[in-house]
Design a protein around this ligand. Structure first.
Ligand SMILES: NC(=O)c1ccc[n+]([C@@H]2O[C@H](COP(=O)([O-])OP(=O)(O)OC[C@H]3O[C@@H](n4cnc5c(N)ncnc54)[C@H](O)[C@@H]3O)[C@@H](O)[C@H]2O)c1
Length: 372
């Protein structure tokens, strides 16, 4: 495949497919060749505004007829497999798949076998890895600035508006095919393993409950034990009555520091704060972050229990992209990519995330721990 890769086709023209399509139309390094959805009505407005973009209702036909360098798959969570296989079978070498790779292990393994056999490279669009606070945290942990990870807690919730109304009349049907585990834990599992790599989750113990949405579960708590002994509880609830669409809060305890990362608080300004007992360790981490180009504040309060802290506000560390496929194209072309290489979730990372979700679901069903 000749670089630069440039020509895109998108399958699934819903919320995310339109976001990718609009971003690639605006991207001077890209050309959007074609879009596909099962329903013409989903694409009509877009192709009317952009008449050079071809419109298809069959992904296989589109990939066979169009000269495409990169395919983007943005169908709903359980329907990634067929368009992924259509792109692989058509010989497309680079595929960006919205998260998660698949919702069942069977589907994920079938996609992995087909992609490996055909030599297609799949990137799973776990875009939170590229947020600057997440990157800073990963770098601090990797550089040993926080000491050994011990344990933590992730709260990843949705407002009840999401399963009931986000997709209009289709919401109820959609919610029945998904759950907070598929929809929300997928992100949490991904960013926790991004932060704590090379450690991986080796045991899960989960409890879940249905609350009438019609999905597999509407509330779940999973205690995840990593290979290095770190234990993190992930909790997800999509029946919350909160003012924001989502609430996402991460707290992690390390030997030398505590992290509170309110990525998306229900109230107040998002913040990542690192508290230290030892002033020298805080100074070392602060200098490291400044040297890496992050905008951070030092807080010294001699009356506080932990006297030394670093604050990093996401809105002071912006590096926004119209869609994840924009920076992923830079990564694939090795042209101006600003992240760390590990900000890109590859096919094995996508498969691993499905394995953990599957283990959590089995643990909920059996009321027993499941080992990976
Ligand atoms: N909505 C969000 O905020 C968000 C955020 C991050 C990631 N994602 C992920 O992006 C993906 C898409 O989510 P969405 O919210 O855009 O969904 P959506 O329901 O708005 O859109 C999905 C579209 O795919 C189409 N489709 C389904 N199967 C198809 C097929 N075989 N061929 C062609 N078109 C097909 C549907 O008709 C629909 O228009 C999901 O995997 C989701 O988890 C969504």
């Amino acid at each position: 495949m000749e670089r630069p890769l440039k020509k895109f086709a998108v399958v699934g023209m819903g919320i995310l497919g339109k976001r990718h399509s609009n971003a690639q139309i605006q991207n001077p390094k890209a050309e959007l060749v074609a879009v596909c959805d099962l329903y013409e009505a989903q694409m009509q407005e877009f192709v009317t505004a952009h008449p050079s973009v071809k419109m298809y209702t069959d992904a296989r036909k589109m990939f066979q007829e169009c000269d495409v360098d990169v395919a983007i798959i943005a169908t709903q969570d359980p329907y990634h497999k067929d368009p992924l296989l259509a792109a692989i079978d058509a010989g497309i070498r680079y595929i960006i798949c919205e998260k998660p790779l698949c919702t069942t292990l069977e589907d994920a393994r079938e996609v992995k076998a087909a992609a490996d056999a055909a030599g297609s490279k799949i990137i799973v669009a776990f875009s939170l890895r590229m947020q600057r606070c997440d990157r800073a945290l990963r770098q601090l942990i990797k550089a040993g600035m926080l000491g050994r990870p011990l344990h933590g807690d992730v709260e990843c919730d949705d407002c009840i508006y999401v399963p009931k109304k986000l997709w209009g009349k289709k919401s109820a049907d959609w919610a029945k095919t998904s759950s907070p585990v598929y929809f929300l834990f997928s992100h949490a599992i991904d960013y926790l393993t991004f932060y704590l790599a090379p450690a991986k989750i080796q045991k899960v113990y989960a409890v879940g409950k249905q609350e009438g949405i019609g999905s597999y579960c509407d509330y779940c708590e999973a205690i995840c034990t990593f290979t290095d002994g770190t234990v993190v509880r992930i909790k997800g609830d999509w029946t919350r009555k909160i003012p924001t669409l989502t609430e996402n809060v991460i707290t992690l305890t390390f030997e030398d520091a505590g992290v509170i990362y309110t990525r998306q608080p229900a109230l107040g300004r998002p913040l990542m704060r690192l508290d230290f007992e030892d002033g020298e360790k805080m100074e070392r981490a602060f200098a490291f972050l400044e040297q890496e180009g992050y905008f951070v504040r030092k807080i010294v309060d001699l009356k506080a229990y932990c006297k030394f802290a670093i604050e990093m506000y996401p809105d002071e560390n912006l590096e926004s992209y119209a869609a994840s496929s924009v920076y992923m194209l830079d990564y694939l072309n090795d042209d101006g990519f600003l992240g760390l290489p590990e900000c890109i979730c590859d096919l094995d990372g996508g498969l691993y995330q499905v394995e953990v979700v599957d283990a959590i679901n089995r643990s909920m069903e059996t009321d027993a721990p499941v080992y990976l």
